[in-house]
Write a protein that binds this ligand. Sequence first.
Ligand code: HSE
Length: 288
Amino acid sequence: MKIRVPATSANLGPGFDSCGIALSSYLTVEVIGEDTKWTIDHELGDEIAHDEQNLLVQTAKKVSPTLRPYHLKMTSTIPIARGLGSSSSVIVAGIELASRLENLNLTERQKIEIATAIEGHPDNCTPAICGDFVVGSYYFNQKKPTVHYVKHYFPECRVIAYIPNAQVLTKESRNVLPETLSFAEAVKASSIANVMIAAILNGDLVLAGQMMEQDRWHEAYREKFVPHLATIRQIVKRNNGYAAFLSGAGPTVLILTNEEKADLITFELEQMAGSAQIEQLSLDREGV
Ligand code: HSE
């Protein structure tokens, strides 16, 4: 059995903790067989556990506490702690693993509810599960956790990821956010997000791109993690790309452009990249 989960980019600028897209970089988990203890073969670095402490196993056991141990193999092209949904991909893989090994036949909604409760927001895990573009909300209604989500086709485009050679932990990047925003500021921020989503649904990436660069929820507070964002935006603007925005909690910057401009923008980004990695990706339409 093999499970494949896509990378994701959350927020798309103003869709903070709500919007996300799935991308063509993948975590794969292969079941080698049953074992006397959990063993995970991988070459993803020392900080990722090879035993039952691994987030994948922890998540699978949350779904099914009586799950027997297995020998697994894990590979991934999703860079860790760069804002491309690496943790989310592991959580979604853990839920999928438990569902398949135990024949639970979890529905899409059940998987989303479990993953969102673990993560605290649906913007990475929903596109990882459904693929494509997802808008979601998560809140407590009379103490009951409530998830709503809508999956929609994201207009065809080219995606370029500018991935700095430095990790940013989501917790660290959330700690710099303000506790409150004024009512007037929140109205502006949500109107920008609303227009962005409507433009995506209309297939209008020019307007959506303008909105993606007008976020008022988080990007300004996270500037220190992305000193390169302003320069990247100049390159994208000069070449008529759609937008550049912080991917999730950063430090990756995602660039959306049409087919025609993708190679030129990639070339110019490579000139400024230093130790950063530039990857051309596409949208993943399927999810896990
Ligand atoms: N919406 C989240 C954030 C995504 O920006 O903090 C990262 O988990």
